[in-house]
Design a protein around this ligand. Structure first.
Ligand SMILES: *[C@@H]1O[C@H](CO)[C@@H](O)[C@H](O)[C@H]1NC(C)=O
Ligand SMILES: *[C@@H]1O[C@H](CO)[C@@H](O)[C@H](O)[C@H]1NC(C)=O
Length: 430
């Protein structure tokens, strides 16, 4: 008689369960280690601009694994994206967008005739840190590399807030971003196939498409608040002393060691009596220890003039266009309108229907907040947008002559200044 398998079965079953559990744990571990997050888990720095790898403050490996999996896979499932489409129709009753919005046409001009094809994007991905695809009002993100500090998370938060501000109106798009300052799509080298790559900076010699930078939603590493709060503080700081009581000097504070000739030259002008200028070195390491108290923008308005000196990539274009008036026109509402029109115009150029990439993960406000550390979360929450009661401003048509004039005017101003005979301040002051 064969032995009854009645006691063998539970044994085998038990053993199988145990190995299954071990296997599962191992798989979960493996799965978490392959899940890239917007705050930088499991991502390498961009090879074209290296920076120290991120460290995370979670107490243990176990809690990190839990956080990565929980935030990435379980938070957006109940997220009710507004799937009702309200197609954007230009509204003639809406107020006109500021003139500088016309740069949108100029920035997208390289694709005006050819459109943006899947091949363009495939190639552009090689220069990107992440890809953001919006389909039906939901945001899907494919992460390729880590971004320095929390730039990626805050930029992606900005996109989510745009979706909140104009529910159902943001068209389906497929965009790639890099998040380092230096533009990379050189017009000479990429002339035959211009690559559409979004980043925070560009120059006239590059195809990179400028996009509002992360700090409008806050910059936790430097204690910079969301822009609307920061601007109120700058204004308050500026009004602390009246114009006549302000130092009749030009003030600059920043980092002179960024390979920028103008900043190197500027250091030579550091003499109140001789050149009427005060030049201060921003020491990022020291300031970080002191909580950036001394580099607060709101404490930098005690002189009458503020010097802007181009770093290696930041564009002077915006700053040069009229001080406080320009800043007033840069409320967050305007930033969202700018993003809206940039994305809307870009989407019209797409020659394909954007679809969710199979390798991407959905990102929603909940999942991003879930991954953020407490300091980041505070800023993100404070920069939450609300649905707009009115449609976006109406974008004025392209006017290449107007832009040409601006560029010429700017060139002339710079040339005039370069041609000026340098007269020491002490000889001209009355
Ligand atoms: C763009 O590339 C050309 C050709 O390689 C080079 O001469 C030029 O300096 C580059 N321009 C910039 C702004 O890097
Ligand atoms: C500029 O001059 C002031 C006063 O002499 C000095 O304290 C400051 O360190 C100088 N700045 C730089 C960047 O050397």
């Amino acid at each position: 008689m064969p032995r009854s398998p009645s006691y063998l079965l539970p044994c085998v079953a038990g053993l199988a369960c145990l190995s299954l559990a071990v296997l599962l744990l191992y798989k979960v571990d493996d799965f978490a280690a392959q899940t890239k997050t917007v705050v930088g888990h499991n991502l390498q720095p961009t090879p074209w601009h290296l920076f120290p790898p991120k460290t995370f403050s979670e107490e243990s490996r176990h809690s990190r694994i839990y956080k990565i999996l929980h935030c990435s896979y379980l938070t957006c499932s109940s997220y009710a994206a507004d799937t009702k489409r309200h197609r954007y129709e230009p509204d003639s009753t809406a107020h006109k967008c500021p003139e500088f919005f016309r740069w949108i046409h100029q920035d997208l001009e390289p694709w005006a005739r050819t459109g943006i094809s899947a091949a363009h994007l495939k190639e552009a991905r090689k220069f990107a840190a992440f890809r953001a695809v919006i389909v039906g009002g939901r945001l899907f993100v494919d992460l390729y590399y880590a971004c320095v500090q929390s730039r990626a998370a805050f930029t992606i938060w900005g996109l989510l807030q745009l979706l909140r501000r104009y529910p159902g109106m943001v068209p389906d798009v497929d965009m790639v971003f890099d998040c380092m300052d230096k533009p990379s799509i050189n017009r000479t080298e990429h002339g035959s196939l211009p690559l559409p790559l979004f980043r925070y900076c560009t120059t006239q010699s590059h195809f990179d498409i400028p996009f509002p930078d992360w700090s409008f939603w806050g910059w936790p590493e430097t204690n910079l608040n969301p822009w609307d709060e920061e601007f109120r503080e700058i204004k308050r700081g500026s009004q602390r002393t009246s114009w006549t009581k302000k130092h009749p000097r030009a003030y600059w504070k920043g980092n002179p060691d960024v390979d920028s000739p103008v900043r190197t030259q500027l250091l030579k002008c550091n003499h109140s009596r001789l050149w009427g200028a005060q030049i201060w070195r921003q020491n990022w390491g020291e300031e970080a220890k002191g909580g950036y108290e001394n580099s607060k923008l709101s404490n930098q308005c005690n002189s009458r003039y503020k010097i802007y000196a181009e770093g290696y990539a930041w564009s002077a274009r915006a700053i040069a266009k009229g001080g406080q008036e320009f800043m007033e026109s840069l409320s967050m509402n305007r930033i969202y309108d700018y993003m809206f029109h940039l994305i809307n115009e870009y989407s019209k150029l797409q020659k394909f229907k954007p679809v969710r990439p199979s390798s991407s993960l959905e990102v929603c406000a909940e999942s991003l907040l879930c991954l953020a550390d407490p300091k980041q979360r505070k800023l993100l929450e404070r920069s939450t947008a609300h649905p707009s009661p009115s449609p976006p401003c109406s974008l004025q048509p392209a006017d290449s002559d107007l832009l040409k004039n601006w560029v010429q005017h700017r060139r002339k101003t710079i040339k005039d200044i370069e041609d000026m005979k340098l007269i020491p301040y002490k000889d001209i002051k009355s």
